[in-house]
Design a binder for this molecule. Structure first.
Ligand code: DX5
Ligand code: ZN
Length: 223
């Protein structure tokens, strides 16, 4: 299956966010990845439901909201009401995320689970039946523009195997350091959605880069 491309607006120019989103739409972006940071789970601080609601007003793209927050539960409803189609929480925020994942589904969004590069995949395994989006972090969360960590690739392979073995229904995303060099390895290991921030928005031609990432991913799959 053709890899789907999810530009992360974290690396976009927020003084012209609508234009930036139009550009990646024209380039064929499949969804948008929205990085919420709370200055506690990670040192950095980004945006919340208000900005997501503004983005939702100007695009039809699926919004995938990645919550790098210590305790997002009280705000889940706000994130969904703001237009998030998927809400992704960290296993490091909730060592047992059962209730939170169920709540996200109950609110009408896809439930996502992710893990930091240092967290073993075993930590999330018991919860994968309640997961619609499984996101593998390939950098330590907190900033865009960091180098891809190839050591996480076996997590993708494992996630593919577990899905097959148990009949799970999640899609597999990879997030961090994805560019035209690293995308092929991620896709070969099983990633179906490539999240990319700086590779797209800091490139000379963000529109073309969306297609380029898809092309190198397809080439890795022999498509
Ligand atoms: C990192 C974020 C990523 C980030 C990726 O904490 O979760 O989504 O935007 O940015 P790049 O693609 O620049 O590594
Ligand atoms: Zn992210």
């Amino acid at each position: 299956m053709t890899p789907r491309i999810a530009p992360s607006v974290l690396s976009a120019d927020f003084t012209r966010l609508e234009k930036e989103i139009r550009t990646v739409e024209e380039g064929g972006a499949d969804l948008l990845h929205l990085d919420v940071m709370d200055a506690h789970f990670v040192p950095n601080l980004t945006f919340g439901p208000m900005v997501i609601a503004a983005i939702d007003r100007i695009t039809e793209l699926h919004l995938s909201t990645h919550l790098m927050m210590t305790d997002p539960e009280p705000l889940l409803e706000d994130f969904v009401k703001a237009g998030s189609d998927a809400v992704i929480v960290h296993i490091e925020s909730y060592p047992d995320p059962t209730r939170v994942l169920a709540r996200i589904r109950e609110l009408g969004a896809l439930a996502g689970l992710t893990l930091n590069p240092d967290t073993p995949v075993e930590a999330v395994e018991p919860y994968l039946s309640g997961v619609d989006v499984f996101l593998v972090m390939s950098v330590n969360p907190g900033w865009g523009g960091q180098g891809f960590m190839p050591a996480v690739l076996p997590k993708l392979t494992r996630a593919v195997g577990l899905r097959k073995e148990h009949g799970y229904g999640y899609s597999l995303h990879i997030d961090g350091g994805i560019d035209r060099v690293t995308a092929p390895d991620a896709v070969s290991a099983g990633a179906e959605v490539l999240v990319a921030g700086s590779a797209i928005f800091k490139s000379d031609d963000p529109r073309a880069m969306v297609g380029e990432l898809r092309r190198v991913g397809e080439a890795a799959l022999g498509i």
